[in-house]
Design a protein around this ligand. Structure first.
Ligand code: ATP
Length: 614
């Protein structure tokens, strides 16, 4: 039987709280415990079985130690072969039984833990999917992934290790103590007094080793950081372009060198730890032999050799449970902190959600109205100020303005990536906050500046917009987006792998695929955030040839940076510092000689216009 469930000597090195953990001790309230319980309750039947299994295997686990006494006294010293054979056989049977129950207990335990974490992971994933864009822009991606992966795996550890460790170790300890006192109260008291004395030095050396392990871990993290930075695609590109190869090598070598030193020290600390452990753990048995022997020889105590052997064996069984129970407080604090962190995530409010009586209109025209819309990402920092405009179905609007004027922010309010702080954004005359989110988003197609493709084939990426689209539909969308010929020219055609985030494709190709993807959704409003990053003139030309007819044939809003796109729109909104500074058509705005005329002179006229409409 595995007595040392998650505890024991080896784990002494983890049994300490960091300064940070000490400072952030979680508040354990009845509410928190009830909430944890709510995840366990569906599995109460299996838990009762685990409890019975632990009880049985812990008690059976100490029986062989007790039988050892009778094997010695009756079998060996008493020279009774029958008794020797039956007792050894019984001992073997009990050991086998305890271990078989242990296997069953492990299975049930793992089953429960896996199911609880399965429930939690799914719940967390669903919750994260419903979180707003603001959540993902303000929270570190690494933290979000950690919550999903290691924190929830931590819950599994708590269930399989901490809970069973408390139970199994407590039962073993009680059973061993009772059995020892039944044999001889003096030796039992000696043994029980020795156990805590043993744990003090073990804990001290353990702490020193733990500090070293943490330092080695920090060193390892540093090395991983260097590897992540320098061996990533973009990192390598940066290193090459700035000829930093030898600088990076030196940085890596220095960190690697530090790590070697740390590893040697850590290993040696481990060796010292084992030395202290073995020395102290042998003091107890020696004392029992010594005192037991004196009691037997000098005081004629009612003790046999077998009794002394049993007491030594039982004492040996106590070290590990005592040690791990001493760590329970640390495990408990960590477990509660883990649950608190996970629940904090569950409790984060969902900012953008369907209103309870969300409207799903029969059809969508694609009329968009902004009336007196203001918006701020952070309190007291207005980004959009009193924006009003209307886009009628079938028409198109180009939004222009200096960088940071709030152009992308305006379009983010239409599919409710964010909600307006003041004023109303409406779609076909209905406040977007009252519309069904699914309806709204399926009718608003957005092509962002930095297009995102999943690692998969071109076909997979296109089908994301319409999983049941036929190949002909895919081809039609790609023709409209001017990317069909390119895809067909690839050896694998529509099954071409796009690579991680689409890295195997050029910026222009990615953008055209993402235009095709949006067209497959067949939305009633198209929104383009025209890329400012310079594409080569062929790519530009292909994109413009795709976008211009779409602007003419669809209700559309374009954040425009190129003259030809601006000219393709019915109306131009000129945005400055979050306000609409000017609006109208190209010639009138040029004549007015305001901000648009200035932008035209400084930017649009100079941007190489592939369509040649300058
Ligand atoms: N998620 C965000 N949180 C806080 N502030 C933001 C966020 N996104 C944008 N901003 C700020 O809002 C302002 C407007 O940004 P926006 O992206 O709408 O400008 P833009 O006109 O589209 O600029 P560009 O042409 O450079 O893309 C900027 O000052 C920007 O720093």
């Amino acid at each position: 039987m595995e007595m040392n469930k998650g505890g024991g000597f080896g784990r002494g090195s983890r049994g300490f709280l960091t300064e940070q953990e000490k400072a952030n001790r979680p508040k354990v309230t009845g509410k928190l415990l009830r909430r944890i319980g709510s995840y366990l309750i569906p599995y109460w039947k299996q838990m009762v079985l685990v409890l019975v299994a632990i009880l049985l295997s812990s008690i059976l686990g100490i029986v062989p130690s007790i039988l050892a006494g009778r094997i010695i006294d009756d079998g060996l010293i008493g020279r009774n072969l029958n008794s020797l054979i039956s007792l050894t056989f019984l001992s073997l049977l009990v050991t086998l039984g305890a271990n078989l129950i242990g296997v069953l207990e492990s299975y049930l335990n793992t089953w429960i833990a896996q199911h609880i974490t399965f429930d939690m992971r799914n719940k967390m994933f669903r919750h994260l999917q419903s979180m707003s864009h603001r959540f993902f822009t303000t929270n570190n991606q690494g933290d979000i992934i950690t919550r999903m992966t290691s924190d929830i795996s931590g819950v599994q550890q708590i269930i399989t290790n901490t809970l069973t460790s408390i139970l199994a170790n407590s039962i073993t300890l009680i059973a061993a103590t009772v059995a020892m006192y039944r044999k001889n109260w003096i030796l039992a008291t000696v043994g029980i007094l020795i156990v805590p004395l043993f744990t003090i030095p073990t804990k001290r050396v353990g702490k020193a080793r733990w500090t070293l392990t943490r330092e080695a871990q920090a060193c390892n993290d540093e090395i991983n950081g260097i590897l992540n930075e320098t061996l990533s695609v973009s990192g390598q590109m940066l290193v090459k372009l700035f000829s930093m190869e030898s600088h990076e090598y030196k940085r890596y070598e220095a960190a690697n060198h530090r790590m070697i030193g740390m590893n040697i020290r850590e290993n040696m600390a481990g060796r010292w730890f084992r030395l202290v452990l073995r020395t102290f753990s042998s003091i107890g048995p020696m004392l029992i032999y010594l005192i037991g022997g004196i009691l037997m020889m000098r005081y004629d105590a009612d003790l046999t050799v077998g009794d002394i052997t049993v007491l030594v064996a039982l004492l040996g069984r106590m070290y590990s449970p005592v040690n791990s129970l001493l760590n329970i407080q640390v495990d408990w604090i960590r477990s509660m902190a883990l649950f608190t962190r996970i629940f904090d995530y569950f409790d984060m409010p969902v900012e953008i959600k369907n209103s309870p009586d969300a409207i799903i209109p029969d059809r969508s025209e694609g009329n968009i109205t902004f009336s007196h819309v203001s918006f701020e990402y952070e309190p007291e920092r207005p980004i959009l100020k009193d924006i009003s405009f209307s886009l009628e179905s079938g028409k198109s609007i180009a939004i222009v303005g200096p960088s940071g004027a709030g152009k992308s922010t305006i379009i983010n309010l239409i599919p409710r990536i964010f909600d307006a702080t003041e004023g109303v954004v409406s779609f076909d005359g209905i406040d977007v906050r009252k519309l069904d989110l699914g309806f709204l988003r399926s009718n608003v197609g957005v092509v962002t500046q930095d297009t995102y493709l999943f690692n998969g084939t071109v076909r997979d990426n296109l089908l994301y917009a319409k999983p049941d689209a036929t190949l002909d539909e895919l081809k039609e969308a790609c023709r409209k987006a001017n990317i069909h010929d390119f895809i067909e020219a690839q050896p694998d055609g529509y099954d071409t792998i796009v690579g991680n985030r689409g890295l195997k494709l050029s910026g222009g190709e990615k953008q055209r695929i993402s235009i095709a993807r949006v067209l497959l959704k067949n939305p009633s409003v198209l929104i383009f955030d025209e890329a400012t990053s310079s594409l080569d003139s062929i790519s530009e030309n292909l994109i413009q040839q795709a976008i211009e007819p779409l602007i003419a044939s669809h209700t559309s809003i374009i954040i425009a940076h190129r003259l030809s796109t601006i000219l393709a729109a019915d109306e131009i909104l000129v945005l400055s510092d979050g306000k609409i500074a000017e609006r109208g058509v190209h010639n009138d705005l040029i004549e007015a000689g305001g901000l648009y005329a200035e932008l035209y002179e400084t930017q649009f006229r100079l941007v190489p216009d592939a369509a040649g409409k300058q």
